[in-house]
Design a protein around this ligand. Structure first.
Ligand SMILES: Cc1cc2nc3c(=O)[nH]c(=O)nc-3n(C[C@H](O)[C@H](O)[C@H](O)COP(=O)(O)OP(=O)(O)OC[C@H]3O[C@@H](n4cnc5c(N)ncnc54)[C@H](O)[C@@H]3O)c2cc1C
Length: 335
């Protein structure tokens, strides 16, 4: 049996950030991930200046694709608002591998199945034993499944469903575009260019509201693909892939004894833009601080909203979870 002080389950942004801080503090830490890195991760790969700062990313030294947008184009019910900004895009397959490698932690490829307590220790799959456990395994994190189902239950109303595709594309528009509530979608769609000829397009909405309205996300995807073709003359080259995660609900139960939940495992993505990388990074660091210094595991001030938390954030959240507008049947969906 392998004995460690801390085991981090999941090597995405939450796990890599926890591991990095733990290593800096001199802890004996092992990261377990079911995938070998670099691994693909469905994500638009938009990152904020806060993320760039939090992970100490020096754009000039970053060895992969890194693009900065000058404008964020909001499209809302026919209204077009080009907002000046400094925001960035990366490719997750590159960024996550870089972040994990930067952590300096030992990483083992292992898909965690079973976790149980032995006194004050945690035993994983009868192969690993640790004193502290960090759950950073995303939506289906086995630490959540094994230990936190009661204290931090998933809130169905806060579950997103997404479809996206990342592909090589010689874009000419280097800004990011977001379309909110198109055809009554309780969510938004995006166009996120990446440096050196890559593009990410996708769509996401609240799963329960779509279901209640008898819609499915593919119906909205087809409308989105039509819109991209009309606006950019772009043909989507393949079918998208889907993924689901939870936006922020109650967070009080994210620590149980010496076990911590971070990032998507704790359901920390923001309610207004469903931004999850920033909260993942910050919660990972908080968990590490709690382990290293016996500090409380406080998440209340961990990136709760992408748009500042004021009336714009609240209006978008309301639109996603309770509804702006009724669905309008677009031409592509008519039978
Ligand atoms: C389509 C889409 C677009 C998005 N776009 C953005 C965006 O542009 N910007 C943004 O900020 N956020 C975005 N998000 C959200 C963001 O991707 C997540 O919030 C973020 O990845 C959370 O990081 P994490 O480290 O918690 O989990 P993850 O990145 O999911 O990492 C979890 C890790 O755990 C591993 N793992 C899972 N199960 C096990 C197991 N049993 N054993 C061992 N390892 C395991 C996985 O292999 C994975 O490496 C998007 C999400 C989706 C689905």
């Amino acid at each position: 049996m392998r004995n460690c002080e801390v085991i981090v389950v999941g090597g995405g942004p939450a796990g890599a950030s926890a591991a990095r801080r733990l290593k800096q503090g001199g802890a004996d830490v092992l990261v377990l991930d079911k995938e070998e890195f670099p691994r693909p991760k469905l994500c638009a790969g938009w990152i904020t200046p806060e993320v760039v700062r939090d992970v100490d990313l020096q754009p000039g030294d970053y060895p992969h694709r890194f693009l900065s947008f000058r404008r964020l184009h909001w499209h809302l019910k026919g209204l077009h608002l080009p907002i000046p900004c400094v925001q960035h895009s990366i490719r997750r397959i590159e960024f996550d591998a870089w972040l994990l490698q930067q952590s300096g932690a030992e990483v083992a490829a292992h898909g965690v199945r079973d976790i149980h307590r032995d006194g004050s220790d945690y035993i994983i799959d009868r192969q690993f034993r640790c004193k502290y456990l960090v759950g950073a395994g995303g939506t289906a994190c086995p630490v959540h499944r094994s230990l936190f189902r009661q204290t931090l239950p998933r809130v169905r109303a806060l579950q997103t469903v997404t479809l996206e595709l990342e592909f090589e594309y010689e874009w000419s528009d280097a800004d990011c575009h977001l379309w909110f509530f198109e055809h009554g979608l309780p969510g938004y769609s995006w166009y996120v260019p990446k440096a050196r000829g890559w593009l990410n397009v996708g769509i996401g909405g609240m799963a329960q509201r779509l279901k209640q309205r008898g819609e499915d996300i593919w119906w909205h995807w087809r409308g989105f693909a039509d819109r991209l073709e009309r606006r950019f003359g772009m043909r989507i080259p393949a079918e998208p892939s889907g993924y689901s995660y939870y936006v922020r609900g109650p967070i009080d139960g994210a620590r149980l004894d010496n076990a911590f939940l971070t990032g998507d495992a704790a359901g920390l993505a923001t309610r207004d833009l469903c931004e999850g990388i920033g909260p993942a990074v910050r919660s990972g660091v908080r968990a590490a601080e709690a382990i290293l210094h016996g500090a409380p595991y406080e998440l209340a001030d961990v990136t709760g909203a992408s748009m500042g938390g004021g009336w714009i954030s609240r209006m978008i959240d309301w639109g996603f979870t309770r509804g702006i507008g009724r669905p309008t049947i677009p031409a592509h969906a008519a039978i």
